[in-house]
Design a protein around this ligand. Structure first.
Ligand code: FAD
Length: 477
């Protein structure tokens, strides 16, 4: 009989344990994607994430078909839809790869129990992470709260198994099954705001593998130096591919190992692998703090005196990249136009929102959730709690990024700022990160009128910093 493989965020053929096991089971294999966002209400993806998903599924359908595996698209609740597909195909097994968000885990558990009771061979496999989030524990048998010992414990474990090959089932006849057209899943925006995304991303497994290989060959060796420079293409850009499982982390791992064998320096490889470690740590945290996206891990922050909603549009100015602080605004423009933002700038824009503007970090978390193509419940929530200083192993609250100094340090010629804020393109390097300090004549020569071509700063940085510190005093206890 047939096996259904319920694909979710494992949109690839290579190193896909559920597909591999289904192929070994014998009989036809039918891949299914079920769109049921209402089943995961705690961490619903936003518009940019849906956009990427659409294009990833678009690439996946033909790739699966070439391997003799049809991809059936459906909408509707998982259990009922799977039951209908089991009836239609006579399938005797349903396999999938695990997700780890609490709402998805609860749903999957219900589905598995129900199908097993009905006599199906129903199994789930680990592949989205290098380590199951509950499997790494400290000496007191508790989850880790700090990254360094967590990652050290991970590194003490044996290396991940080698990636699995893609199945080739072209010789197995498959029953015809009705599904929806991709467009009917409704993942694309109704108004076409996605030009920038289309110009930036190529979704799908083969594009992801090509990106990984190119990164390992050309940029990994300089990763440790270049990763903090937002103007450089110094990082891998693999985050949406990893989120949607166009690649598995162990494929990335083994590619890094191969690069090391080929002479890429150890420190570059280790620095890059530790970023995969942060991804693991985020899931580890979400596992022990299911409401990581809403509630501070450090519960003192429940009483933090956020700025009372002033109704003056500060949140909107931040979202639109109109705060008057160039590095912050450049980052918010990069995000809006490409669905991605450099990690260094995520930290700076986040810190500015939470500390200088003193708006709740959850507001920023929601905006990133809606606009990032790599939005990930665990990594985004951890990132925001880190920035806000209220997470596990977070930057202390009193360490407040100065966005001008961050710009001078990591974007010294202002190339990143000029790229995303063309209005400032002709300002000399000296003033590019703080145009309000430029003499009138300099601004005139650069063709910048503050307040019309580019906003005046929303807030005095020193004052914002002082107010943030005294707000922190109130909860320090
Ligand atoms: P690289 O530097 O090439 O890193 C390789 C991979 O490691 C990334 O693709 C990613 O999977 C993982 N990684 C790297 N840094 C981190 C990190 N700090 N935390 C977790 N995983 C990491 N990352 C997301 O994938 N989704 C998010 O929604 C997300 N939200 C964030 C929000 C904030 C406020 C902050 C500060 C960081 C957030 N990050 C998020 C982490 C990080 O910014 C991105 O993973 C990284 O910028 C992606 O670019 P890259 O693939 O070129 O990274």
């Amino acid at each position: 009989d047939a096996t259904l493989v319920w694909l979710r965020r494992d949109l690839r053929l290579t190193d896909n344990p559920a597909l591999d096991q289904a192929a070994r089971r014998g009989g036809p294999v039918i891949a299914v994607y079920l769109h049921a966002p209402e089943e995961t209400p705690q961490y619903p993806p936003g518009a940019a994430s849906h956009w990427y998903l659409h294009h990833s599924l678009k690439a996946l359908g033909p790739a699966l078909a070439q391997a003799g595996i049809p991809l059936v698209l459906r909408r509707g609740p998982a259990l009922a839809t799977l039951r209908a597909l089991i009836r239609a195909t006579g399938a005797g097994a349903v396999y999938w790869n695990r997700l780890y968000e609490p709402d998805a885990v609860a749903r999957d558990r219900t589905v598995k129990q129900a199908l097993r009771t009905e006599g199906l061979d129903c199994r789930s496999f680990p592949t989205a992470l290098l380590h199951e989030p509950w499997a790494v524990r400290n000496q007191a048998d508790r989850p880790y709260r700090a990254f360094t010992p967590f990652w050290r414990a991970c590194r003490r474990q044996p290396p991940p198994a080698a990636p699995l090959p893609a199945p080739d089932l072209r010789d197995r006849p498959v029953p015809a099954v009705e599904g929806l057209d991709l467009a009917a899943l409704g993942l694309l925006p109704r108004t076409p705001w996605d030009t920038g995304l289309r110009n930036t991303w190529q979704a799908g497994e083969s594009a992801a593998l090509a990106r990984l290989e190119a990164f390992a060959a050309d940029r990994l060796a300089r990763y440790a130096q270049d990763r903090d420079r937002p103007a450089e293409p110094g990082t891998s850009g693999l985050s949406p591919a990893l989120h949607f499982g166009e690649l598995s982390p162990r494929q990335v791992w083994w590619q890094v190992m191969a690069a090391r064998e080929a002479g890429v320096p150890e420190d570059a490889c280790e620095t890059f692998l530790s970023e995969l470690g942060w991804r693991e740590f985020a899931h580890h945290l979400l596992w022990s703090h299911p409401d990581l996206g809403d509630a501070p891990v450090d519960d003192r922050f429940g009483a933090f005196p956020w700025r009372p909603d002033p109704g003056d549009g500060w949140l909107h100015a931040w979202q639109a990249g109109r705060t008057g602080i160039p590095l912050v605004d450049a980052g918010m423009h990069e995000l809006w136009q490409t669905g991605w933002m450099h990690n260094r700038v995520r930290m700076v824009t986040g810190s500015f929102l939470v500390k200088h503007l003193r708006l709740p970090w959850q507001r920023g978390e929601r905006w990133f959730r809606d606009t990032l193509v790599d939005w990930d419940a665990a990594s985004n929530a951890m990132g925001w709690q880190w920035v806000a200083g209220c997470g596990a192993d977070a930057a202390p609250y009193f360490r407040i990024f100065n966005p001008v100094r961050q710009g001078e340090r990591f974007d010294p010629q202002g190339r990143y700022v000029r790229r995303w804020l063309p209005a400032l393109a002709n300002l000399p390097d000296k003033y590019i990160h703080a145009p309000w300090t430029a003499p009138e004549a300099v601004l005139r020569r650069a063709g910048v009128t503050l307040g019309s071509d580019y906003p005046c700063p929303l807030i005095d940085l020193r004052l914002g910093r002082e107010q943030a510190l005294s707000a922190f005093q109130a909860i320090k206890g």
